[in-house]
Write a protein that binds this ligand. Structure first.
Ligand SMILES: [Zn+2]
Length: 359
């Protein structure tokens, strides 16, 4: 048996050494495995351990961040007028700010986005809070729109959730397609960097490129590419279905412990920067989640969260004070009950990763 396993490991080691892309085992996995196991074990043994880690207690969390998605009570359009078979089927109800589910493998609750700071919650401080666990709005003394405040970049570098996860030995993978060369565009002031990008930079993580999308490794921030295509920022031939986007995200969890995806579509539509019915946006998210749930491995957990309300109030184009949804499945569900606000979400992700690692 051991002899056979060593043969398999040897063969796979050869694959790693000779191929630049192996669909099931991404770049860096053998290196990560070697690092985790120490130098006493040879390369083939490390590869074998990698195989066993996938087949025995592989652990993973998929985080789907949805920008600008708030909850009301009672539910109102677009929540009540959109066709949402996945969410309705999963939750047994239309999501509202009074819906609380605390089951062993399924949790749903509204969480606070205002962070105890006056004014409408905004993306810059909201994202920074989510991907650091630090209340960025309280630190800054106000909510900061769109991208992280320049004064908060060093704070993101210091408190990056991704950096903590990598340091703890977890494999972290961002899944949102980024323009390229991203950091050169940022340096040239042609692109402003998101909090997630800064948090990834602090962890030395690659940002997915359009080439990664074509290879099946990433998903555009509008889920399908159909809205980006309107701006000629996406090839029409590359548009994917929302179910396929969800399937892709789910399958990435087989090669990483933490997969992070960001969708900005509700916020863009809520602000009127993209013309589309709010119901269509919710239906795309619902269909994406259908793809996720249909293909998410049994061991993997899903966390869905937003940063502030916007699209749920159609009478205006501003953010709202409404709470935002937190959806958690699998190993993440038991920890969701202690999440009250955006600054608790990073802890939720880390507790889930560590809990799965210890099973
Ligand atoms: Zn936002």
């Amino acid at each position: 048996m051991l002899h056979h396993a060593e043969q398999v490991a040897s063969a796979l080691a050869h694959v790693f050494e000779t191929c630049t892309m192996v669909p099931c085992f991404p770049r860096g996995v053998p290196a990560v495995c070697n690092q985790a196991l120490g130098r006493k074990l040879n390369f083939h043994t490390a590869v074998l351990a990698t195989i066993l880690s996938y087949t025995t207690y592989a652990m993973s969390v998929l985080v789907c961040f949805i920008d600008g998605l708030g909850l009301t009570d009672p539910a109102q359009p677009p929540w009540t007028t959109a066709r949402l078979p996945t969410l309705r089927g999963l939750l047994g109800a239309v999501p509202t700010s009074s819906l609380i589910i605390d089951q062993p493998a399924l949790a749903f609750r509204p969480i606070d986005a205002t962070l105890g700071v006056p004014g409408l919650p905004q993306s810059g401080t909201g994202h920074t809070t989510l991907w650091t666990g630090v209340n960025a709005a309280a630190r800054l003394g106000r909510h900061y729109p769109a991208y992280p405040a320049p004064s908060q970049r060093s704070m993101i570098a210091e408190h990056s959730l991704f950096r903590r996860c990598v340091a703890a030995g977890f494999r972290v993978q961002l899944a949102t397609v980024h323009r390229t060369p991203y950091w050169e565009l940022v340096a040239q002031r042609k692109q402003r960097a998101t909090a997630a990008a800064f948090a990834a930079q602090a962890a030395n993580l690659d940002l997915p490129t359009p080439a990664d999308f074509k290879a099946g490794w990433a998903v555009p921030w509008d889920i399908t590419g159909q809205f980006l295509q309107r701006w000629d920022a996406f090839d029409k031939a590359d548009i994917i279905s929302p179910q396929a986007a969800g399937q892709r995200l789910a399958q990435l969890t087989s090669q990483s412990d933490l997969v992070h995806y960001e969708c900005y579509l509700p916020d863009f539509v809520g602000h009127g920067r993209i013309e589309a019915p709010a119901e269509l946006v919710l239906e795309l998210i619902d269909a994406m989640l259908a793809g996720v749930l249909a293909h998410l491995p049994a061991h993997a957990a899903l966390i869905v969260v937003s940063d502030h309300g916007n699209i749920e109030e159609h009478e205006h184009h501003r953010h709202t004070f409404n709470p935002v949804p937190l959806l958690a499945t699998g190993a993440a569900a038991p920890f969701a009950a202690s999440v009250r606000a955006l600054d608790d979400v990073a802890t939720l992700i880390e507790r889930t990763l560590h809990a799965q690692a210890n099973t």
